[in-house]
Design a protein around this ligand. Sequence first.
Ligand code: FA5
Ligand code: MG
Length: 456
Amino acid sequence: CSQVCSRLYSNGSKIIEIGGKKYQPDGNFTNVTPSMISLTGRSLHLKDRHPVGILRDAIENKLNSTDNAFLAYNTYKPVVSTYENFDSLGFPKDHPGRSKSDTYYVNSKYLLRTHTSAHELECFAKAKSGETNKPGFLISADVYRRDEIDRTHYPVFHQMEGCRIWNRDNTAYTSNVEPGHITKMREDLKKLEQQLHQQQTKVVVEDDTSLDGNPKQNYMTDLEVDLCSKHLKRSIELVISDVFHRKLESLRKTNKDASEIPTELQVRWIKAYFPWTAPSWEIEVWWQGEWLELCGCGLVQEDVLKKAGYAPDSTISWAFGLGLDRIAMLLFEIPDIRLFWTQDERFQKQFQKGIINTFKPYSKYPSTMRDVAFWLPQTENVEKIHENDLMEIVRNAAGDLVESVKLVDEFVHPKSGKKSLCYRINYQSMDRNLTNNEINALQEEVRNELSRKYNV
Ligand code: FA5
Ligand code: MG
């Protein structure tokens, strides 16, 4: 914190201000940096001429094309409580996602949300209270995670959360007629399957539907689990088939040999674990020679529904969380995730509302490497250096002028046993040429900060 706070305090203020709200920093927790705070409020997912915004809009439209079931919440502010982000969802106290090396804390009670699931409880409560008359909702927002630096990782990305709710007709279970919600789920599923059937690009699904090691919740019947998980999976497959179809079509138009472009899309469902869903899965799509993870999902734990005000046993729901940036990068052929954040109009003016087109790179500016090597501190009372802390130092010094940071060498001295690390920082601007003097100054700042903070 000393590093962060001294910067925050440099304008004479002892208060952190994000999105018009004020927060008291906390020496033991605060690790959100001014450079991160400056990225809050950009709302790329709301811009209708930005790849992330265009994709968000396309997915919302597709999901609502079947039965217009989803209300979209897209303006939630990025600061949430640790309760909303973790506790409300049943994250154990020692879950690694809570650690300061992975999460940006504002203070001990508030943080920059790490996923859109942070707003699930509130939205379920709204649905329960009758404030909305739709059986589902979508939440799109910017999310924040401390992470490595390279072309596909950025400390801010975007997610869309989706949830769908059925009220259980419990009284019918005592009679011989099919409960109303089962009939409704069958109808909803049928509509979805018909729509999926009409998609021009078919999805070929690999799915081990057994629940071994991925158990259902006791309050639900096998039939309910079957119908609900099919509805969940078909909804996501519909989105994927729609979005990727547009890409395959445009590749077919521009490729010399159109027969090389696949006419089907291979996807697979993998069992997963999330504290607030059971059973849970992730979906991966086979794209240009590799499996790409797009989304985590599952059937919402009864506990979360109860916290939102639903009576025990009364409700069945599914939830998913879809990453937008990776899909947008691949659809629009964006070579570096930093481009999403550039204000350069050569980027901005290439996109139009509702259209998925291929990005045309403007001149790529040369990159320059600098290495920094240091002996790891050995004494116990020195703070350990987590790789994400190093990333943060580089980000603070050079912001979006860094293309990547990679560990290139590790050395253990044979006699002393001391270990040294060498990181290679690749400097490159998206928008202009950098001078050597400028890069040297940035590198000097990284070196000074490393030695000041960790005494290396
Ligand atoms: C989650 O964030 C859960 N909240 C998803 C969820 C919601 C599960 C509702 C169950 C019910 P995960 O960390 O796997 O899970 O992230 C979800 C998706 O966000 C990933 O599949 C991926 O598409 C995207 N994502 C995750 N990390 C990154 C990253 N560093 N950069 C870009 N996209 C990412
Ligand atoms: Mg995941």
